[in-house]
Ligand binder design. Structure first.
Ligand code: AMP
Length: 397
C-alpha cells in the first residue's frame, strides 16, 4: 500500500511516496518556484537516478500533476498507475482549536481549515491549495489532513492562555497552540519504543532544534507545555526568528524607527534569531565556523541559543514529576555535536551527564547519556513524513 505525503508551501511543494508495507520511501522530491519564473521539479526515485526538470509551473495543480506524472513515468516512475496510491496525507500548519488529531478531509473539514487561515495566513492557504489540486486530479482518492498544532491540543489553559484580557481569547482565539507537533509526536512514539515503555507512560522533554526550534514537555505521552505559541515565533531564538522578547519592544521600535506592524513582523521573523545577533548566518554550521575564527557575536548567538534551550528544559522539569529522557531531534538536534554538548554541559545540576564519545554521532538513534545520568539523553532523527503517512493509513483503515 502506497501513501503520498504532500507538504505545500506558497511557492514550493515537498512530496514523498511511502510504501507502508516496507515502511520505505519509494520516491521523494521538491517542486520550487511555483507561480514564478524558473520553476523546477526535482524528483528522486529510490535506487534510480535523480531527475530535474525546469518547466513552467504556474500553480499548485500543475505542480501536483508533474509529481504524479513523475511517479508513474515509464522510465523513472516507481508505480505503474495512480490507482496504486491508496491515500494522500497533507501536512497542514494550523488546526487552531478545531483539530486535535488528524482527519479525513471532506467539505466540512475544508471549511473548518479555512477558519484557521487567520491564525496562519502565510501557511494555511498554501496547504489548502495543495488539497484543492489533489481533489481535482485524484477525486476518488481519500485524503487526510495532519496538523502541526494537533499534538499540542492536550495542553491545559494554565499553559495556553496568555495574560492579556480574556476577551481576546474568546473573540480571536489568541492562545498558545504550539507547532512541530508531528515531529514531537513521532519522537515521543520512537522514544517509548526504544525505552521499551508504553507510550502512555513516558515522560519526556522533546527538543526539536532546527532552523525553527521548539521544545515540548510530555507527560504520560501527552503534551503539557510547549515553547511555540500563537505562531511559530515564540520560544527559543531560532535561525531568523527572535523567540521570546519583551513585547514592549514592538511599540518601542515602532516609535523609534518609524516601523509599521508588517515591518516589525518581518524583522522578528526573518532578520532576528541567531542571524540577527551574529550578523553572520542563520545556519549553525556557519556560526560554528565563524566562532572558531574568533567571531564573538557568532559565539554569543550560539551561547544564547544553548542557554535558552537549557532554560526551557529546566522549566519543564518543574512541570513533570519525573523525566525518562530528553530527546534531541531535527537539523541541529540530530547533527549538532557541539550544540548538544554545550546544552547538556549545563544540565549537571539536574544530575544529567553526557557521554562525550556516545555524543559523537550525527543523525542516528542513540542514547548518549552515561550510565550514572539521572535522565537518559537521546538522539532520535525525526520523520514527519512517515508520521503523516501512518496517521493517514490509520484513518483510511
Ligand atoms: P532543519 O530546519 O531541521 O532542517 O535544520 C536546519 C539546521 O540544522 C541548520 O541551521 C543547520 O545549520 C543545522 N545543521 C545541519 N547539519 C548540522 C551539523 N552537522 N552541525 C550543526 N548544525 C547542523
Amino acid at each position: 500500500m502506497n501513501i503520498l505525503v504532500i507538504n505545500c508551501g506558497s511557492s514550493s511543494l515537498k512530496f514523498q511516496l511511502i510504501d507502508m508495507e516496507k515502511n520505505e520511501v519509494s520516491a521523494k522530491g521538491l517542486v520550487e518556484r511555483i507561480g514564478i519564473d524558473n520553476s523546477r521539479i526535482k524528483y528522486e526515485p529510490t535506487g534510480k537516478d535523480e531527475v530535474e526538470q525546469i518547466t513552467d509551473i504556474p500553480d499548485h495543480t500543475v505542480a501536483i500533476e508533474l509529481v504524479l506524472n513523475s511517479i508513474i513515468d515509464k522510465d523513472h516512475g516507481v508505480i505503474s498507475s495512480l490507482d496504486e496510491i491508496s491515500a494522500i496525507g497533507h501536512r497542514v500548519v494550523h488546526g487552531g482549536e478545531e483539530f486535535n488529531g488528524s482527519v479525513l478531509i471532506d467539505d466540512a473539514v475544508i471549511k473548518a481549515m479555512e477558519k484557521c487561515i487567520d491564525l496562519a495566513p502565510l501557511h494555511n492557504p498554501a496547504n489548502l491549495m495543495g488539497i484543492a489540486a489533489c481533489q481535482k486530479l485524484m477525486p476518488n482518492t481519500p485524503m487526510v489532513g495532519v496538523f502541526d498544532t494537533a499534538f499540542h491540543q492536550t495542553i491545559d489553559p494554565v499553559n495556553y492562555i496568555y495574560a492579556i484580557p480574556y476577551e481576546y481569547y474568546e473573540k480571536h482565539q489568541i492562545r498558545r497552540y504550539g507547532f512541530h507537533g508531528t515531529s514531537h509526536k513521532y519522537v515521543t512514539q520512537r522514544a517509548a519504543e526504544i525505552l521499551g515503555k508504553d507510550v502512555n507512560e513516558v515522560n519526556l522533554i522533546t527538543c526539536h532544534l532546527g532552523n525553527g526550534s521548539s521544545i515540548a514537555a510530555i507527560k504520560n505521552g501527552k503534551v503539557i507545555d510547549t515553547s511555540m505559541g500563537l505562531t511559530p515565533l515564540e520560544g527559543l531564538p531560532m535561525g531568523t526568528r527572535c523567540g521570546n522578547i519583551d513585547p514592549a519592544i514592538v511599540p518601542f521600535l515602532g516609535r523609534k524607527e518609524n516601523m509599521d506592524y508588517d515591518a516589525i513582523d518581518a524583522m522578528m521573523n526573518k532578520k532576528s534569531g541567531v542571524l540577527g545577533v551574529s550578523g553572520v548566518s542563520s545556519d549553525f554550521r556557519d556560526l560554528e565556523n565563524a566562532s572558531k575564527e574568533g567571531n564573538e557575536r557568532a559565539q554569543l548567538a550560539l551561547d544564547m541559543f544553548h542557554n535558552s534551550v537549557r532554560k526551557f528544559i529546566g522549566s519543564y522539569f518543574v512541570q513533570l514529576d519525573s523525566v525518562d529522557a530528553i530527546i534531541f531531534t531535527a537539523g541541529v538536534g540530530e547533527n549538532g555535536i557541539t550544540s548538544r554538548a554545550e546544552i547538556c554541559k549545563g544540565l549537571k545540576s539536574l544530575g544529567i551527564e553526557m557521554d562525550d564519545e556516545l555524543n559523537n554521532v550525527r543523525g542516528k538513534d542513540r542514547i548518549f547519556s552515561t550510565e550514572n545520568s539521572s535522565v537518559k539523553l537521546m538522539i532520535i532523527p525525526t520523520n514527519e513524513e512517515l508520521m503523516i503517512a501512518q496517521d493517514t493509513l490509520s484513518l483510511i483503515k
